[in-house]
Design a binder for this molecule. Sequence first.
Ligand code: FAD
Length: 305
Amino acid sequence: MTDYTQLYNKLSSIIDKNNIKTNELLKNHTYTKLGGKADIFLTPTTYEEVQAVVKFAKQENVPFTLLGNGSNLIVKDGGIRGIVILLKNFNRISVEENFLTAQSGAAIIAASQYALKENLTGLEFACGIPGTVGGALFMNAGAYGGEIKDVLAHAIVIDCNGEIVKRTAEDLELSYRTSNIPEKGDIVLEAIFKLRPGKYEEIKAVMDDLTFKRESKQPLEYPSCGSVFKRPPGYFAGKLIQDSGLQGKQIGGAQVSTKHAGFIVNKDNATAEEYISLIKYVQKTVKEKFNVELEREVKIIGEDL
Ligand SMILES: Cc1cc2nc3c(=O)[nH]c(=O)nc-3n(C[C@H](O)[C@H](O)[C@H](O)COP(=O)(O)OP(=O)(O)OC[C@H]3O[C@@H](n4cnc5c(N)ncnc54)[C@H](O)[C@@H]3O)c2cc1C
């Protein structure tokens, strides 16, 4: 067994001990309910703590991984070595004129609802995306014709040297479900969205309509990572999977949703291994039947057991 006492002791001099855990089970922190243990699990409460951890990790050559709401991630059963940082304590949202500022650990759904309360339009598309603001920027999350790129003015990040810097939306090179955040090694602290004045009833009507569409089409009753695959050019992943006769296909506790073929649900205490095996099975079957490569949208991280 690895001894993390030394690492723990060093970290407790730079971050409040109450916010450090060892061997924390990550399935308790992921929307997919998948994932083994993190060696060290940190929930910092100040930006200075995050900066200090980044500098420490760099200096000591310890890997660190950021977790949002784990709604676009499969953490493998062997968990994650080194440090895992959860930014859930940074969840403040505020509005000044037409600008909405949301800290990275806030739910993007909460940001969307806050905009409604302030009669601001632009974030309606995000009203059902179950991720954090940080995860939404990382993925340039989008739905129903809208995406983060359309409304982001700028972001405040901690760069790979531990410095707090501003990045404009252009700096982040947001495009279909990607950004350059992983490449740069940025940690998003805050997003500043430029919205437009709107009418409460109209904004709410759009959000209600999108919520109805989502609830009627998506298997929200089970843990999942949303759409597993990106939209292949000229096709719809869900339709290809459905036409391959894969709906209901189950490996262990993981199942291709019977409600929406683009989703794989954690139906019955699936392991990450079962979930990943099912993803590969779907990719192989669709390739054989339609000669189309399905590219994963969801990220797989961590180690096998
Ligand atoms: C039911 C369901 C419906 C969904 N619908 C949609 C949809 O309509 N549109 C859509 O785009 N997505 C959708 N998703 C996928 C997912 O919710 C989004 O991609 C979301 O933006 C991921 O955010 P997260 O906080 O869960 O990120 P995580 O899954 O925790 O992490 C994703 C990546 O972001 C990185 N990250 C997280 N926080 C930060 C930060 N502060 N700074 C830097 N990097 C960070 C992580 O390290 C990781 O690499 C859906 C998922 C589910 C389960």
